[in-house]
Design a protein around this ligand. Structure first.
Ligand SMILES: Cc1cc2nc3c(=O)[nH]c(=O)nc-3n(C[C@H](O)[C@H](O)[C@H](O)COP(=O)(O)OP(=O)(O)OC[C@H]3O[C@@H](n4cnc5c(N)ncnc54)[C@H](O)[C@@H]3O)c2cc1C
Length: 403
């Protein structure tokens, strides 16, 4: 019997596994992880992938604690130093654009742009190095008993004292455990691609709020940028079907040529955007982490960052409980995790939805106020520093691994 069985080896499940198996701050637990689609590591010299995430300082520290950071940090990663955020009613170069600069808070950078695949493979490797066991299997059913949870998979049965659902937005664990989820659509589709730009990205993440969505350029280590264009559903199919030249022309209009003319250097991928909130993150012997518990709009680049903090918070509590000889599947232990993370996630997702409603789509007086607010924040150094600390993930109650 394992102490913990994790279902899903995405970045969040793999991170929870590595932290629990390493066991800093307590004794390491016996952990197994089910992942039927583990990616292979990127071959050295391969072109940069279009799917990337912006990792905060809190995530960087969590990845250090998980033992994954040394194999992530390298020539494929871009440390970005600034963010420039503006509304379509003003020019990207104007004083009305909000600029966050790492130097304003005495930090070397605001975070890192990392390929999804590199993040996931580094965390899975850190998990096995820490003694964790990976089973290439899919969960097909579970039964929660008094002292254990019994799991059926495509490769046999397993038992553990706790099951962690890290199996993404369509979580089978959530469903099998009878935990519900409130799901809504943003009525937008995110289009992701790599583009070359006429002007250098200046190690800056660029984001424009439009009436029809948001457009972000994330700087890559090779000088190109990864775009995340969250476009209204009426617009997205046309953008996906357009020729490369027509798409670039639309992108140049939508970016107001902030980085000069663009050229596609990868295929386009599209992701329908939904919000998801599980009213309960835990049940007896079950805990949900990452997208299985909450999905937020990608405009603030916070999905993985929130999930890694879930993993670190849960690891803190489980390792402390195990050090005290407590059962890691006991509801009292899991409720502490739920109280901690639900309030932090609620704060962040309300802020993200507010940005989407007011800055991207809003037209009324409140929206105009919010749009002007970008330049007010720019002119208020203390407030701006508070926003930067929030973006770095250095505010709120941080788990040990993220400090
Ligand atoms: C366009 C876009 C851009 C984004 N940009 C950012 C960003 O810049 N920064 C950021 O922090 N976040 C970003 N996000 C969000 C981020 O991608 C997600 O929050 C993150 O992938 C969630 O990780 P996870 O490990 O919880 O789930 P997932 O990545 O979904 O992983 C779930 C894993 O579970 C496995 N699984 C599923 N079902 C089963 C089963 N039955 N049995 C066993 N295994 C199973 C799957 O194979 C998968 O590997 C973005 C999202 C989108 C759509």
């Amino acid at each position: 019997m394992y102490d913990v069985l994790i279902v899903g080896g995405g970045p969040v499940g793999a991170c929870a596994g590595a932290l629990l198996a390493r066991g800093e701050g307590g004794r390491g637990l016996a952990v197994a992880l089910l992942e039927p689609r583990a990616p292979t590591p990127l071959p050295a010299g391969a072109a940069l992938e279009a799917r990337v995430v912006a990792l905060s300082r809190a995530s960087e520290r969590t990845l250090v604690s998980a033992g994954a950071w040394p194999s992530i940090l390298g020539p494929r990663v871009c440390a970005y130093e600034r963010m420039r955020i503006w509304h379509e009613s003003v020019s990207p170069a104007s004083d009305a654009a909000l600029v966050f600069d790492a130097a304003d808070v005495g930090e070397p950078n605001l975070g890192y742009i990392v390929e999804n695949r590199q993040l996931q493979t580094a965390l899975l490797a850190a998990f096995t190095q820490a003694g964790g066991h990976i089973e290439s299997a899919q969960l097909s059913g579970l039964r929660i008993a008094e002292d254990a949870v019994h799991v059926q998979t495509s490769r046999g049965a397993f038992s553990a004292r706790l099951i962690i659902g890290a199996d993404g937005a369509q979580s089978a664990v959530r469903e099998a455990a009878g935990l519900t989820a409130q799901i809504g659509s943003y009525r937008q589709t995110a289009i992701v691609a790599t583009v070359a730009t006429a002007r250098a990205h200046e190690l800056t993440a660029w984001q424009r709020f439009l009436k029809t969505g948001t457009l972000a350029f994330l700087p890559l280590a090779d000088g190109a940028s990864s775009i995340v264009w969250s476009a209204d559903d009426e617009l997205a199919p046309g953008l996906m079907a357009a020729s490369e030249a027509d798409f670039a022309a639309e992108l140049d209009r939508a970016s107001d040529l902030a980085l000069g003319a663009t050229r596609l250097v990868s295929a386009r991928q599209s992701f329908p955007l939904q919000r998801l909130h599980a009213p309960r993150y835990v049940a007896k012997r079950v805990a949900l982490v990452g997208d299985a518990a909450h999905v937020v709009h990608p405009l603030a680049g916070q999905g993985v960052n929130l999930g890694l903090l879930d993993a670190a918070a849960l690891a803190d509590l489980l390792l402390a409980a195990s050090g005290e000889g407590e059962d890691p599947g006991a509801l009292a232990v899991l409720r502490r995790y739920e109280r901690w993370r639900k309030s932090e996630v609620a704060l962040m997702s309300a802020a993200i939805d507010g940005f989407d409603r007011l800055l991207a789509h809003g037209t009324g007086p409140l929206a105009r106020l919010a749009q002007q607010g970008l330049s007010w924040v720019n002119g208020a150094p203390e407030l701006r520093r508070a926003f930067i600390r929030r973006a770095l993930g250095m505010s709120g109650e941080l788990p040990r691994a993220a400090r």
